[in-house]
Design a protein around this ligand. Structure first.
Ligand SMILES: *[C@@H]1O[C@H](CO)[C@@H](O)[C@H](O)[C@H]1NC(C)=O
Ligand SMILES: *[C@@H]1O[C@H](CO)[C@@H](O)[C@H](O)[C@H]1NC(C)=O
Ligand SMILES: *[C@@H]1O[C@H](CO)[C@@H](O)[C@H](O)[C@H]1NC(C)=O
Ligand SMILES: *[C@@H]1O[C@H](CO)[C@@H](O)[C@H](O)[C@H]1NC(C)=O
Length: 256
């Protein structure tokens, strides 16, 4: 990993994994100085003695949201930030969490597809189109001899106990045990199939960090009410927990 720049690109789950990797590396080399710098949507942690930078680029959809006269427009065909991303050694992409947000939590007012501006559309179809734009960008723009590309599979949340045969459960507050065995009763979420389909369209080597099922089994691994803010967090993961496992898989993939 020496001299490498690793960039996580995505929503707060990417920040979660990035923080976990920084802690993980710090515990391996506790004496090494780390500098942290934040500029706009980019936070960069550099391990001075090793020339290793772990960077997180915060973006909710990978594709662009632009402020226009009519309001904020989610542009499913446009991916301008790629110009920054393609200079890195390792890229770890993720997007899913925000595609179904509505009301005040929806960070756009319109969707643009091709030349058309619309008020809304089927969200799974929008997710698929956004990923297609990303896949086309990888095919056209990324030099995969220089830059390794990974996609972090869908990170599951645990607000619906139907997934583990407890339909009465509506959050993870009382979950203290993983699901035993290696099969999640609820199966893979539909979004995971969309991700796998989109990755097949990429002709260049792209590695799927296939973390969905192993994370579905860990209903006990969320911050729940111990998250430092109000409410119940069954979406993110405790640092020094499950994301360390993701990072072990990441490490295996990038040193192979
Ligand atoms: C891709 O990167 C490799 C390794 O750095 C380099 O040798 C090659 O010229 C690059 N290809 C293009 C098309 O830039
Ligand atoms: C929980 O999941 C089940 C099975 O997928 C679904 O029928 C139900 O509507 C979901 N409940 C909520 C509150 O979303
Ligand atoms: C979480 O679920 C418990 C029961 O399992 C319930 O008592 C509590 O109200 C729920 N909390 C939230 C914030 O939904
Ligand atoms: C990812 O893992 C799941 C569960 O083990 C499996 O069903 C799926 O085929 C895997 N996907 C790929 C692309 O390997």
């Amino acid at each position: 990993m020496k001299g490498k720049q690793i960039m996580f690109i995505g929503d707060s789950v990417s920040i979660n994994q990035c923080e976990s990797l920084v802690c993980f590396l710090h515990s391996a080399v506790p004496q090494s100085q780390i500098t942290q710098q934040t500029t706009g949507s980019i936070t960069n942690y550099t391990f001075q003695d090793y020339g290793v930078s772990v960077i997180v680029f915060h973006t909710l959809f990978l594709v662009d949201i632009e402020e226009e006269k009519i309001g904020r427009v989610l542009k499913l065909d446009s991916l301008k930030d790629g110009e920054i991303w393609k200079n890195m050694d390792v890229l770890v992409f993720n997007t899913w969490l925000w595609w179904y947000r509505r009301g005040p939590k929806q960070p756009w007012d319109y969707i643009q597809v091709g030349g058309k501006i619309i008020k809304d559309m089927d969200r799974m179809a929008a997710f698929k189109m956004g990923l297609t734009t990303w896949a086309n960008w990888v095919n056209a723009e990324v030099n995969t001899t220089r830059t390794q590309v990974l996609f972090q599979g869908v990170s599951p949340s645990h607000y619906n106990g139907s997934g583990w045969d407890h339909p009465e459960v509506t959050n993870c507050s009382r979950e203290t045990q993983p699901i035993s065995g290696s099969t999640y009763p609820g199966g893979l979420p539909q979004a995971a199939y969309v991700v796998m389909d989109e990755l097949k369209k990429i002709t260049k080597p792209v590695h799927l960090l296939n973390i969905t099922t192993l994370s579905q089994l860990r209903k006990d691994a969320h911050p729940s009410s111990y998250n430092g803010f109000k409410g119940m967090d069954c979406t993110h993961w405790c640092i020094a927990g499950l994301p360390d496992t993701w990072n072990e898989l990441l490490y295996a993939a990038i040193t192979n």
